[in-house]
Design a protein around this ligand. Sequence first.
Ligand code: DHB
Ligand code: FE
Length: 280
Amino acid sequence: MARITAGVTTSHVPAIGAAWDHGKDGDDYWRPVFEGYEWTRRWIGEERPDVVVLVYNDHASAFSLELIPTFAIGCAEHFEPADEGFGPRPVPPVIGHPDLAWHMAQSIILDEFDLTIVNKMDVDHGLTIPLSLMFGRPDTWPVRVVPISVNVIQFPPPTGNRCYMLGESIRRAVESYPEDLNVHIWGTGGMSHQLQGKRAGLINREFDEAFLDKLTADPGALRKMPHIEYLREAGSEGIEMVMWLVMRGALGPEAKELHRHYHVPASNTALGHIVLQASA
Ligand code: DHB
Ligand code: FE
């Protein structure tokens, strides 16, 4: 039987990818950002997950404003890094797991979550930067990936509660897959950031740290948080954090925090990263 054993969240700031791809990770500005992932790289090297269910948002790279799926699952054999205006990132193609993905689509849709099934899509910084942070610069990624894309760029995004319930459904789907697979679930995006308008550059450390505390110990409180609170406290792009609740919902009621990293600044945003062990 496949098992979800751990959850990881991390911000996915594009400038981190650019710094990494241009070998600037040792620079004074970037070193403290990347140092916070060294523990995780060692840990994941020992954990050796077979598959990552990678919950992220597309930033109008694969989907335009002409077509906006609230929740989508990638069922393809592989996913190419998207060209976001400066050419695709120089990273390997992302290898999918079509058999598990189709099983998940069947289980989750029959569980009354109407996922959009995607058989071809490029994946942008929301998905590839977390892979770089966790695995460094391998010739091929050491895991297969089932991408789950969540709309957080065009209102209305799904509620945190709905995201948490999707996570619970993902757990049921994975745990009914017959092959023995060690599966991790990741949620990307966040933390507080606003990229445009009068409040561009907004950072709210107090809110971010409380969010991280509750993510581990009191996710029930986060499930009830309305969108307006994300916007007010964490800025317009802070809404990306609803995706972290998909991750948390898939871990079961009790989760143990193994590692945390919080750093400001990373470009215009507060960077947050947490590693959680799932309930048995
Ligand atoms: C930026 C873009 C993002 O998607 C994000 O999550 C954080 C920052 C940016 O353009 O700086
Ligand atoms: Fe983003």
